[in-house]
Design a binder for this molecule. Sequence first.
Ligand SMILES: [Zn+2]
Length: 305
Amino acid sequence: MRLAPPKKYFDLDFLLPGFESVSEVRKRATDLANTLRHLARKVTQEAPEPCSKAWFDIVRTHAMRLRLANCLRGTRRCGRVLCPLCQREFRRWMVGQILEQFAPSNGPIFFVTLIPTQRKLPPDRLSELRPAHLKDALRKQLVRGGLRNARVVGRIDISFNENTRREWSPHWQPHLHLIVCGCSEAQLRFAFKAAYRADISCPRPVRIHRIDGKSDLVRVISYVFRPYFDRRLSYVNAHRGVRTLSCGLKIPQLRELTRALSHFPIIPGFTFMQGLRRQGGKLVTTVAVRDYHELISRGQRSDFQ
Ligand SMILES: [Zn+2]
């Protein structure tokens, strides 16, 4: 995967003070490579049967470690979901491209999080995750909800969710973070309300936030395409009720994540697009965008004037 660096005005390095530096990302990639080496050695000591689950663990762990080593040396980009270096490059590129496509946009832009509670997976079954099924389901929801012409770009995220009071079992929860343009909040709620059901571990499966200006959009895009996966700990705060704390994955979870996700490329892998597509090193709009003056005459305003 070769992606051209963004123009300065659309570059996270320039737009977001404190954005992760190259040295931070290299350190994270080195730490991950060391963890993978440790994991592979540990599993090798167990002398697994060829073609068993543990044996595939070793193969995939080694393969991911070699890909990371190549990326760290700069000899070859791996373009994998788990690689911090490729993810940083992709995130910078994506922010630049989305800003170019959405900034002159008319009408509101929304940040949407969708949590399909029926697709949660127990520990040790993350390999059953099918990103393509999640994306197909989302595509159908958008079409049925009358949002075929909305521009949508986003990513599948996964968290390992735990509850300190053991009210529900720990599980992997896939969810979708989307940036949507070309529709109203009411249309979004209508499109998603039937498909996403609340349960005890997730009281709000559909979250919609209207993006307020360019700096908010930059923060949201950066969050949507962040390069790591979390463990989310749900606990009760005496003053503020149920809260969620994001923290790092534990070794068994990292091992499972590596086994399940190391073969996925960033594009198309976990990335979702509607009304946009990648054409060479650029993102291009594939649906007609309504005319600015037509919207102004209807009394709608642009968020990015
Ligand atoms: Zn890489």
